[in-house]
Design a protein around this ligand. Structure first.
Ligand code: DX5
Ligand code: ZN
Length: 216
């Protein structure tokens, strides 16, 4: 299977949100990446349920929801009802991660875990059979448009090694500072899904940029 491209709507023009959603619908993108920030787990607030509902009404591709919030268990059923297909929680925000992953799957969604740049990928070793996606943050979460952290490649290699050794089939997704300049290397290092915000939406020809990411 070819790698997946998930444009992050955090970088969209919210005054023309429907237009930007239609752009993604018409492109080679695979998923919509939705960043939910609470101003507590990360030092920024993004958007909430009414905006997710609007996105879900117009999006014709799966919704990949990245929760950067404390105690995400409170909202699992809410995001299931809103139409999330993948629900990703942060390792650093979950006291009972195994229970949270079960709850996400029981709600009918794919279960993802995101790890901050300082969290060893080995922290996930004992739940790798209980998740569908690992989101490797390649910037510190909270803002779009940040510089890619080069250490990410070594982290991907180690995670890919654990995936191969355990014969797991979870998706490895990378988020932050991703563009055509590093997409090829990320794919060859083990990434199966690339999130791209500013590199897509700041490009005057975003459909072409998505195509370039897809063929990287
Ligand atoms: C950052 C978010 C990212 C962000 C990526 O906390 O998780 O999804 O939108 O933006 P870029 O691609 O601009 O780094
Ligand atoms: Zn994200």
């Amino acid at each position: 299977m070819s790698h997946l491209i998930a444009p992050s709507l955090l970088a969209a023009d919210f005054g023309n949100l429907q237009r930007d959603i239609e752009m993604v619908n018409s492109s080679e993108a695979d998923w919509f990446h939705l960043d939910i920030m609470d101003g507590v787990f990360v030092p920024n607030i993004s958007y909430g349920m009414p905006v997710v509902k609007t996105i879900a009404e117009h999006a014709k591709k799966p919704l990949d929801v990245h929760l950067m919030i404390v105690d995400p268990d409170r909202y699992i059923s809410t995001f299931a009802d809103l139409g999330a297909d993948v629900l990703t929680v942060h390792f650093e925000a979950c006291t009972h991660l195994h229970r949270t992953l079960q709850a996400i799957r029981n709600a009918g969604m794919k279960a993802g875990v995101a790890i901050n740049p300082h969290t060893p990928v080995e922290s996930l070793r004992d739940v790798l059979g209980d998740l569908d996606l690992v989101l490797v943050m390649s910037v510190n979460p909270g803002f779009g448009g940040q510089l890619f952290i080069e250490q990410t490649y070594l982290r991907l290699e180690r995670l890919q090694g654990m995936k191969t050794a355990g014969q797991f089939d979870f998706i490895i997704e990378v988020d932050g500072g991703v563009g055509v300049h590093n997409a090829g290397k990320l794919i060859s290092t083990g990434a199966n899904a690339l999130v791209a915000g500013s590199s897509v939406f700041s490009n005057p020809h975003p459909v072409d940029e998505i195509a370039r990411l897809k063929s990287s």
